[in-house]
Design a protein around this ligand. Sequence first.
Ligand code: SAM
Ligand code: DTB
Ligand code: SF4
Length: 355
Amino acid sequence: MSTTVSTMTPPPAAQPVQLHRRAPAAQSAASGAWTIDAIQTLLDKPLMDLLFEAQTVHRQHWPAGDIELATLLSVKTGGCPENCGYCPQAAEFDTGVKADKLMEVDEVVRAAQAAKDAGATRFCMGAAWRAPKDRDIEKVSALIGAVKGLGLQTCATLGMLESHQAQALKDAGLDYYNHNLDTAPEYYTDVVSTRAYQDRLDTLQHVRSAGISVCCGGIVGMGEAPVHRAGLIAQLANLQPYPESVPINSLVRVPGTPLADSEPIDPFDFVRMIAVARITMPKARVRLSAGRQQLGDAVQALCFMAGANSIFYGDKLLVTGNPDADADVRLLAKLGLNGHRTTTTDADAQQLHPA
Ligand code: SAM
Ligand code: DTB
Ligand code: SF4
């Protein structure tokens, strides 16, 4: 098993005070599509109004306090030929991640069983490929069958797929395919140049046509402008249908990647992205994804208030760190999430979730 890559965690830089103007209720266009203006209007609302609206939508569509726990495993790490500016696994960046082969079935099953024992219901396998070869799909199909056999929901993220490959993954029992749009089309070429936005959309279409549920979201904190954040949400919300799962990642700034020195996003702007994802995609699992180590408990609680109802759960994301599972269990218990009574002390939480 590979080691966890360390990341920089400097205190957030002082931000200029930004007054959010009072805006009229956001409207979608007559066609039903979300316009960038309507989404920007939502993002600009006073925070408490936005949180109230998002939580109201959330409770119309989801049981209160239900947080999905999804565990990630990098089944094929590093050496990727793509140049995504955020990614520690791109071969051309000097990040200290070494390239590994695809993991064996029994090793993956051990990790999946441990995730299930810890309370995860979804297991997501990631591979640092631009696009898998057909023989890779055969091997990953064996991993999917074995993980599904444990009674876990399966998710994979393997790069670009052709339609016959998506069908093969469906036949193997794949429930979800993760393929992120990452940012607005207008900012995409600033982030990656080895593929086009349309390539991502094409893969999403192949996944959808094969009958696999779509997991698709993006990353904020990559130096994008507010309009690009609105543009990302518009892309996601206007997919027909919109994704079943929407991961909202805050950039994990890994030394050696081109985006390592990006200005961190203001935590309240991150909360706003979650809220607007919830309002525009009411039935999606909105996942509070990468970057939770930098958020702290209080901001994460605001994200749950804003409608996040899924987290990546486990001590590691793909190659970087994530909050310890124990800390997450304590946080959820303190907040009264996942059906547990609200506790105020770590000792209470320990009693609810003995090791
Ligand atoms: N290679 C496949 C692909 O790009 O689709 C699958 C693995 S890739 C690591 C999965 C996703 O992780 C990316 O689309 C990106 O959204 C996210 N990601 C990668 N590095 C990240 C980082 N440093 N911070 C936040 N999210 C990141
Ligand atoms: C997603 O949206 N975020 C996950 C998962 N889908 C594959 C990946 C986050 C990666 C964070 C940096 C790393 O550990 O490589
Ligand atoms: Fe490769 Fe995926 Fe990382 Fe891009 S995000 S460099 S495609 S592993």
